[in-house]
Structures are given as structure tokens and as C-alpha cells.
Design a protein around this ligand. Sequence first.
Ligand code: FEO
Length: 398
Amino acid sequence: MHTPILDRIDWVGYVDYHIRDFHSYDTERGATYNAYLVRDEKTALIDTVKAPFAGHLLRNVAERIDPARVDYVVCNHAEPDHASGLPRIMQAMPQAKLVCDRRCRDTLALYHDVASWQFELVKTGDRISLGGRTLEFVETPMVHWPESMVTYVPEEKLLFSMDAFGQHYATSQRFDDELSLPTVMAEAKKYYANIVMPWGKQVLATLGKVAQLPIAVIAPAHGVIWRTHPEVILGGYAEWAAGRARAKVLVLYDTMWESTAQMAEAIAEGVAAEGVEVMPMHVRRTSLTRVATETLDCAALALGSATLNRGMMPAAAAALSYLEGLRPAGKAALAFGSYGWGKGAPEAIDAWLDGMPWRKVHPPLRCQYRPTPTVLDQCRAAGRLLAETAKDLASVST
Ligand code: FEO
């Protein structure tokens, strides 16, 4: 079913209420694949959907126009959640030119047989007139892949923003003012932390380009359309991309026989004693998606694991691997953990910290088998140190 969003501009995408794992992103509210139809003297389809849902998109388009009469299909991003439906859709739209940038064309050619597709290559500043309305293109490399771009309709002050400003939020409502704004922003923050965070510098560059454009409506490729609160999501992105931290400490750990858990608890007590927010997270009792989301705006982390086979426990290693890829900037951190004989997890975490763009604030906290009262006191003191550091970092970044 299509949804009108402006005069002769319709949402024609697909809502997947049931997806719970989006390449390891924990989509507890499902996801949407947004595509839009702009009808004028000429008609343009802006983005498509994942292959299994191409038939739904074609039915939505057919409610408005015979798909065979579509003149342009704009591909802002070649990732399969938006472009794997293209082979079926291009077949149903034989007259349509596929509009994208050169890198997107090259990427699509590696995914699909594009021999029969007519491409119209565009770059930043290029325009295509549909008659009364115009499509303007702005390349936004690395938001989210190298070939990404956004499409702007100046006559409507409408930005088709691709992944940027999106959320994984399956809902029958299409607009930001039809749902709880804090819930939508919480999903947007989660999306930013898990998908966009590694590209903070590129996001700031994109925001700079977007700031030149008068914007009334932002229509992303996932989630709800920002027609009432575009300044709220633009402000959120500015804050997240700048790496602004709160006075909050994450205590992230895995434990075997509760020794590392006792150390985590003592560190958390030390943080709380300084009046700073602390979030203890047992990595096997939460999701990596939540770990990334909580990391986005924390100023400091304590990272711990019991020793297993001379190294970290597997879930702790997975969490650190995930954070390493996301590369949150500007944190303070320390390592902690237990061991039985020889070195192990605390040293491995400490060595991992050397490769992160973070400040290490304390040597690794270690205990052999069980934490003694002295070790627990050291943990509380380290928690107080993390809290003080978090306060300093938060005051710098506000
Ligand atoms: Fe929603 Fe980068 O794809």
C-alpha cells in the first residue's frame, strides 16, 4: 500500500515487522525499506527495496502509475537492503534510466547483471528536471558506503537522505509526528551507533552540505519521515558525529565463576559513589546492538573478562571486536579481570586498548581466582577515577 507524503509524492516501500536480525543488528522493532515515487511530467522512483519485497514495491507503484511508464530509478546506495530488488524492478520498468553516481554503477555491476540497464551517471550538483520538480544530487561518500548519495527536491525542500537520519522501526505510521518522538529518537540513536558511527567525520561533512539546503522534510531510507521535527534529528546527528559524551561510565564484562562480576560491581560502586551514572553490562545478558548504543554517548568504559584458554571469554572478545569496528572516539578506559595461572584476559584487553583511539587511565586490574578485599578496594578506587575522568571529558565535549 502506498502512502502520500506530499502532492504527487508517495511512499512505496515495504515494512518488515518480523525481521529481528539485520546483519547482526538486533532489530527488535523490525525495519522498513523506504522507496518513494515522484510523479510529474516525468516520473522517478527514488530507491528500491530488498529483493524479496520487490513485488510489494511494484504493486505500490502500480497503485499510482503503470510501472512501465516510470522514467527514472534513482539508486542512492547500492547496499542490498535498498538495491537487491533492482533486477526485478528494472525489468518491470524497461524505459527507466538508472540514475546513480559512477561508484554506485560500478558496485551495482559487481552485484547484478546490469547489461540491459540504461545508466545516467550523476555527481554532486547535477540536476534532472521532472517538469515541475527537480532532482538534485549530492554525493555523500561513506554515509554509508563509498558510492552513497542523497537526492534533494528544491521545490519541496525535500531531502531523500538514504541511510542518514534513518531508524530500524517497523510501524504503520510514516511520519515523525504520528509516534512518540523520544522513541523515534532512541531508535535513530541506536541506528547511528550501530551503522553510522564509524563515519563521524563523513557525517559532519554531509551535515555541512545539507546545511546549505533549505529543508522542510527529510525522507530517509529506513523508518519514519521527518516532516515536523527535522531539526531534532539534524541536532542529534550533529551531537553524535561530534562524539559528544555524557558523564556516564559503562562497565562491560563477562565472568566465569563470578570473580570478574565482583570486580565489575566494585568498579560500578566506585563510579556511583562519585555521583556519576554507571551502566554495568554483562555481555552475555545483552546484545551487541545495545553495547554499541550505550557506548555512543558514554565518556568512559571499564572492560573486563575472566580468563579462558589464556585469553578473553568469547562474548567479551566479540564485544571488543564489534566496538573496534565501530571506533567510537574519545573515550577513557581501563581493563580488568580474573585469572587462575599465568596471564590472560586483563592483559589481552589492556593490549586491545592500545589499538583504540582512547585514553587508558589505569593499568589492568587483576585478581587470581577470587578478588581479595584489597583488589575490590582497588576496583572501587579505579571506579572513582573513571567517574572523575568521565566528568572531565563530558564537560570538555559540551
Ligand atoms: Fe540501509 Fe547502508 O543500507
